[in-house]
Design a protein around this ligand. Structure first.
Ligand SMILES: NC(=O)C1=CN([C@@H]2O[C@H](COP(=O)(O)OP(=O)(O)OC[C@H]3O[C@@H](n4cnc5c(N)ncnc54)[C@H](OP(=O)(O)O)[C@@H]3O)[C@@H](O)[C@H]2O)C=CC1
Ligand SMILES: O=C(O)[C@@H]1CCC=N1
Length: 290
């Protein structure tokens, strides 16, 4: 698939795990040149040195360099942890204006709260990506504030489509997107950890258990995608009557595994809403009335 090359500069405010998934993906896909990307964090200079050395991006905490990079960026991506968001956004609001696209990946942080913190209803794209963006297989939910023009929506979509698949959703659906795909990779890793441990317990080497598990997860996801068949139907094909899979699934059913997964997804979404409410409260201390 070919993607529009982004010509503008992008400033990452926060250079942590999720930011790295995005900039690594953009560079890897050739969507932006490393020199178009700038990153700043709060205190970790070692991390910024790693970003410069690994990706050839600009990364600095020098106040002058930071301020001019943020002021001049076409796109500013907010990547702080929720606890740092209110102070972090208030800190840079004087550098931001209506011609920039402000993108947030921060769980729970609403567009309304961002506007409050910025003191103006600037164009804001609220997203919920995931870490698989690193290898171009991210899944991102996205919604837009009113001030984002059709052209700028297209820019945001092409940025996230370059590193995976994108679903445009109403803003109030971003919490359940968080529950499904934002936190989702961790559920799959958790499942994989348990499968590998069980394989080792059954006598496989760590290496064999890992390799068989990884290929199984990869193959199963690719089967759903390639065949377009429902997961239930694909599961039926694996499950011989009175066979091994039936025995395993029956055990999972009696242990309430499906119910636990469903409750876990909904709990993640609920937690995103709790975080959002906390941030809305904090913003009263930091923000200005819009
Ligand atoms: N990890 C994931 O899978 C996903 C995360 N998200 C969201 O992404 C955001 C970041 O998460 P994650 O990458 O895991 O967190 P990390 O802790 O890895 O990264 C947070 C970064 O923000 C920096 N930071 C904090 N305050 C400021 C500030 N005032 N100005 C500039 N930088 C600042 C930190 O700097 P320093 O290290 O110097 O303190 C750090 O580099 C969160 O809001 C999370 O909800 C969304 C989807 C998935
Ligand atoms: O755990 C978190 O809060 C973040 C948001 C989604 C994935 N990681």
């Amino acid at each position: 698939m070919s993607h529009t090359l982004l010509t503008e500069t992008i400033a990452f405010v926060g250079a942590g795990a999720l930011a790295e998934s995005i900039f690594a993906g953009l560079i890897e896909k050739g969507i932006t040149a490393p020199q178009q990307l700038f990153a700043v964090n709060q205190s970790n200079d070692e991390r910024l040195a790693y970003v410069r050395d690994t990706y050839g991006m600009r990364a600095s905490r020098d106040p002058e360099e930071r301020d001019s990079a943020i002021r001049e960026a076409g796109i500013v991506i907010l990547n702080m942890k929720p606890k740092d968001a209110a102070a972090g956004i208030s800190d840079i609001r004087h550098l931001l204006g209506p011609n920039q696209l402000i993108v947030s990946v921060i769980a729970g942080l609403s567009i309304g709260t961002i506007h409050h913190l910025l003191g103006a209803p600037l164009p804001v794209v609220r997203t919920m990506p995931n870490t698989s963006s690193t290898i171009g297989l991210g899944a991102t939910g996205i919604s837009f504030s009113e001030a984002v023009t059709a052209e700028r929506r297209a820019t945001a979509l092409s940025l996230f489509r370059a590193i995976g698949e994108v679903s445009v959703v109403e803003e109030e659906r971003l919490e359940i997107v968080t529950g499904v795909s934002g936190s989702g990779p961790a559920y799959i890793y958790y499942f994989m950890e348990a499968m590998i441990a069980a394989g080792v317990e059954g006598g496989l080497s760590e290496e064999a258990a890992r390799s068989l598990t990884v290929q199984t997860v990869l193959g199963a996801a690719q089967m759903v995608k390639t065949t377009n068949e429902a997961p239930q139907e694909l599961r039926r094909k694996v499950t011989s009557p009175n066979g091994t899979t039936e025995a395993a699934i029956k055990l999972m059913e009696s242990e309430g595994v499906a119910d636990a997964i469903s409750r876990a997804v909904l709990r993640s979404a609920e937690r995103a809403r709790e975080i959002g409410l906390g941030l809305a409260e904090q913003s009263l201390a930091h923000g200005k009335r819009v």
